[in-house]
Design a protein around this ligand. Sequence first.
Ligand SMILES: Nc1ncnc2c1ncn2[C@@H]1O[C@H](COP(=O)(O)OP(=O)(O)OP(=O)(O)O)[C@@H](O)[C@H]1O
Length: 481
Amino acid sequence: MGEIEKEVELKMKLEESVKSFKFRAPQENFTIQDFDMGKIYGVGSYSKVVRAKKKDTGKVYALKIMDKKFITKENKTAYVKLERIVLDQLTHPGIVQLHFTFQDTFSLYMALESCEGGELFDQITRKGRLPEDEARFYAAEVIDALEYIHNMGLIHRDIKPENLLLTSDGHIKIADFGSVKPMQDSRITVLPNAASDDKACTFVGTAAYVPPEVLNSSPATIGNDLWALGCTLFQMLSGTSPFKDASEWLIFQRIIARDVRFPDYFSDHAKDLIDKLLDIDPAKRPGAGRDGYDSLKNHPFFKGINWRDIRSKSPPRLVLEKGHTASRSSGGDDTPDSSWNPAHIGDGTGTGNSGSDVSSSSDAGNITKLASIDSFDSKWQQFLEPGESILMISMVKKLQKLSSKKVQLILTNKPKLIYVDPSKLAGKGTMIWSDDPNDLSIQVTSPSNFKIVLPKKVMTFEDPKQRAYQWKKAIETLQNR
Ligand SMILES: Nc1ncnc2c1ncn2[C@@H]1O[C@H](COP(=O)(O)OP(=O)(O)OP(=O)(O)O)[C@@H](O)[C@H]1O
């Protein structure tokens, strides 16, 4: 058979497999008018998730809305398809369920099971840190769902407290399968065109939870999720992730050096488990070895957990947002969020990736999220040379005697320190880099204010996100690299 015939035959086979594939969660003909829109649950890098009540049935969903133009422009189509097809085939009480999908001219919609209890991340932030019993409860529910995911031949690749959602009564549901990777022997059917490899990406996931082997470009394994589980457990018990720093680049240095320090108040069992999950060798992490999940479940930290009936235990009490009187469990919230503008749907602006001032829920989260969103935000690429990448970026105010101007301050790995007019997208200045603190230094005058001292001038900045110390640390670390 000639090359052309072979290609045609292959194409026909693929088309056949697409035709014969039947989604469990149906592709409906609904429109957005069929729903009463409530509050915005959150904004992802290419989606917006909104609480939506179906008018005829009264059923509530978390509607994940994705702008088609943005997804195509950012080459995310394959990831969206993969998330859809993977979620369609997963059924587990610890995983957010996909009910149906629909689309209109501008947007794709995924109707997900609504998790009214919010993110585990917010529980950690509101409580400061979690008592060990609560952390054990959540970790056990995550492990139960993760074992199922791994048994299905999938690697989630973005396990972190922001992607662990809570039901109204406080049970865990793993969400966000946008980075999922099917293993070779996966039991999941993956249609052609869904992302089955990620050559185009440097890494997926979130900086603070990325294991060292991923930074060294090793292939993905279930060990990646077990490392992230270790980071998540550390964060539950301490309030912050183990590898915290001012920029992605600094976080990566810590991860590669496996620079973990356990607070004194961690129990010996907690320390031992996290230490093992954060093993440099992914195959040695409990859960990744020959005995499967047994070594993880039988770890003394989980003594007393009944793995066969994990979801029957009462969950920890949820702490609500300040000012929230009604419990989320008493029927949720149908009041539209003040920031919710229905015109956002499908108009190409609803993706939340418009600049650096994307709000996120914590300091550490902020840095990671800002850095990852901004450094992938193509609009700053024009200020970089090939191979140059952004280490830290902030929308700051450049203060002058009588006025102030908003600028985007950008630090790159070159190293290069520049500031850009964000509205005109025009370079406004470059601070000549020097490793010598006599020629380039940074003085912090308050958590939001800092001065960059150059041989012939001093420039004063205000960072509304209070990252003055992080700017200092990033610049000084680069000078001492
Ligand atoms: N089923 C759900 N129920 C309630 N809230 C949800 C649900 N799914 C997502 N959310 C909220 O919406 C936010 C955005 O979700 P989404 O999956 O689009 O993005 P993300 O997890 O931030 O992803 P990305 O890593 O792509 O930026 C989440 O952080 C979460 O708080």
